[in-house]
Write a protein that binds this ligand. Structure first.
Ligand SMILES: Nc1ncnc2c1ncn2[C@@H]1O[C@H](COP(=O)(O)OP(=O)(O)OP(=O)(O)O)[C@@H](O)[C@H]1O
Ligand SMILES: [Mg+2]
Length: 330
């Protein structure tokens, strides 16, 4: 198929492959979750890398099959170059290089966070820049001004934990499984979000975030309540904790939006799958774009979407492509 992109994403514990048509329509988006990290309470980097070795080839095969294409019909290969777990990234980068070299097709290196932004460019309802974008995930929380399809300007970011990390750590304190975000959201539906007054780091200046305080407050609240009372109040604790995180995100997002004068807002990253956050962003009174939940958590369709607007690696740099664990591509 003319212009079809195969994308590979292995930055953390999900082995992901997707095929996008040249116009940004998803032909397939396969996610093989490793499902073994919950017993350790978090992702174990070396186990994640080894599982990508086992899972990635069948995941790519499944993505091609679902798209109704063969490898011979793919015209570009995109891969997440970073940030992420280095061993996990290298499995994806190695595989993408091998496919590109064997097929003599271009390789495109994609920054994972640009991928979360580009989830908003996917057809059938692509959201056009300019807009303000909140990216909240397991490893990052940032506000960006998106002026074009291939980059963004950073307006603010977390000074300590990411919002997803706060969800995961809070969930762990409440005895919930990993990843904690979905489990904490589910428990919160049975609780009173006004029961506890957890902080939203209003003292942090500008458009930066901080989630260390809310996490510590939950720890102290649990210690004060004691084991038995904590068990009885788990849903209230979850609901109040979730409210504080969502409020902190929405408060900065609102300020960034007002200051920009753009009146257009989008979200991305795993925490953008959170129901109360999605509801709050929809209610902002701006023109908003909220990607499907599956496109918020890690997936390769968003990597293919970013690649549509990025240049190919030169043949020499493609063979030498390396992964980076943190920071940005440029
Ligand atoms: N419904 C939800 N509510 C709150 N948090 C959620 C929800 N669903 C997923 N998350 C959180 O999203 C995070 C995972 O997001 P994502 O897959 O984008 O992160 P990551 O790739 O590990 O991190 P990064 O994108 O920063 O490298 C986890 O912390 C998870 O708890
Ligand atoms: Mg991610």
């Amino acid at each position: 198929m003319s212009g079809a992109i195969l994308a590979i994403e292995t930055s953390c514990d999900d082995s992901c492959a997707a095929v996008l048509a040249a116009d940004g329509t998803i032909l397939s988006n396969v996610i093989a979750s490793q499902g073994i990290h919950d017993k350790y309470g978090g992702v174990v980097p070396e186990i994640a890398a080894r599982h990508h070795l086992a899972l990635l080839t069948p995941t790519i095969d499944a993505a091609l099959k679902e798209a109704g294409l063969t490898l011979a019909e793919i015209e570009r290969v995109a891969v997440t170059q970073g940030p992420g777990l280095i061993g996990a990234l290298l499995v994806g980068v190695g595989q993408a290089k091998a496919i590109a070299a064997a097929r003599h097709i271009p390789l495109v290196a994609v920054d994972h966070l640009q991928g979360h932004v580009a989830a908003n460019f996917i057809s059938p309802e692509p959201f056009e820049p300019p807009f303000i974008c909140l990216i909240a995930s397991g490893g990052h929380t940032l506000l960006a001004r998106v002026e074009d399809h291939s980059s963004y300007t950073l307006l603010g970011e977390t000074l300590d934990d990411a919002a997803g990390e706060a969800f995961d750590k809070g969930a762990r304190m409440l005895g919930l499984p990993f990843p904690g975000g979905p489990a904490l959201q589910a428990l919160a539906t049975e609780g009173d979000e006004e029961a506890f007054d957890f902080p939203t780091a209003r003292n942090v200046k500008g458009l930066d975030f901080s989630f260390a305080g809310v996490k510590t407050s939950l720890l102290y609240a649990i210690a004060d309540l004691g084991e038995a009372e904590t068990q009885l109040r788990r849903a209230d604790l979850a609901a109040s904790y979730q409210r504080a995180i969502v409020e902190a995100l929405v408060e900065r997002l609102t300020r960034a939006l007002d200051a920009s004068g753009l009146g257009r807002v989008a979200i991305g990253g795993g925490v953008a799958a959170n129901g109360p956050l999605r509801d709050a962003v929809s209610a902002l009174g701006a023109v908003s774009h909220i990607p499907d939940r599956l496109l918020c958590t890690d997936n390769a369709a968003m990597i293919a979407s970013a690649a549509r607007f990025l240049p190919d690696c030169s043949p020499e740099s493609a063979l030498a492509l390396d992964a980076y664990p943190s920071g940005a591509m440029r």
